[in-house]
Design a protein around this ligand. Sequence first.
Ligand SMILES: NC(=O)C1=CN([C@@H]2O[C@H](COP(=O)(O)OP(=O)(O)OC[C@H]3O[C@@H](n4cnc5c(N)ncnc54)[C@H](O)[C@@H]3O)[C@@H](O)[C@H]2O)[C@@H](O)CC1
Ligand SMILES: [K+]
Length: 238
Amino acid sequence: MEGTAFQTADGTLIPAVTADEMREIDRVAVDDVGLTLLQMMENAGRNLAGRVLERDPERVAVLAGNGGNGGGGLACGRHLANRDVSVSVVLDRSPDALDGAVSTQYRILEGMNVSVTTSDASDVCSEADTVVDSLIGYGLQGAPRGRTQDLIDLCNDTETPTVSLDVPSGLDATTGERPGLLVESDEILTLALPKTGLRETESRLYLGDVSIPRIVYERVGIEYETPFRESYCVAVER
Ligand SMILES: NC(=O)C1=CN([C@@H]2O[C@H](COP(=O)(O)OP(=O)(O)OC[C@H]3O[C@@H](n4cnc5c(N)ncnc54)[C@H](O)[C@@H]3O)[C@@H](O)[C@H]2O)[C@@H](O)CC1
Ligand SMILES: [K+]
């Protein structure tokens, strides 16, 4: 395990997983143990908001994709807005393309009258003091395309400090390869366990608890000691 493990500052080893392994962990957590995606997404979003709040933000742009990664970003946007941070959400496609838990997150923001754009986002990004990158997580398939690619380009161009959820969008979570454009993150909050591809990144890395019970790791054959003893989010060394 030591070859692939990351560790906390106090030396607790944390195994790294591939995208397929993480998908299986999520599946067992939901299908066998009974957590819901919405619960995990809420924990992801709250931990992400915690990292963003460390930056004392006033205006935050949340770039959100249509998958689970985007849902975590949207939940983060709600927690920030609840703390009087000015939040603008930038979707990479029409809200009609959202479903399940992600759609739920979106509808709540809509009910809160949080600003949402599906068109030109250059002002939103340049006026923000922090960008949340929740476009794509471990679900990346090939080089980022279309508006997702344009938003990554914009995010990198504006040079606003960026916090990425799970992995910087455009990174292959398993290999660390970048098949196309990649968000240049200042900080990454990865979820549950670090992804093997994060070895190839250099920005500050944190690990957030999404409340996956130990029995899930036992069932998928991963040796696991919780790094979350006193906190829901810990700094991680590669
Ligand atoms: N335990 C869980 O399952 C949780 C997962 N969460 C997040 O959900 C992510 C996984 O969710 P998903 O499996 O929905 O996948 P992602 O949200 O990583 O991305 C999938 C979406 O990205 C788009 N996409 C993929 N490749 C693209 C490309 N090359 N160009 C443009 N668009 C592309 C597709 O439309 C696809 O729907 C994780 O990385 C994690 O951040 C969190 O929301 C919390 C809970
Ligand atoms: K991301």
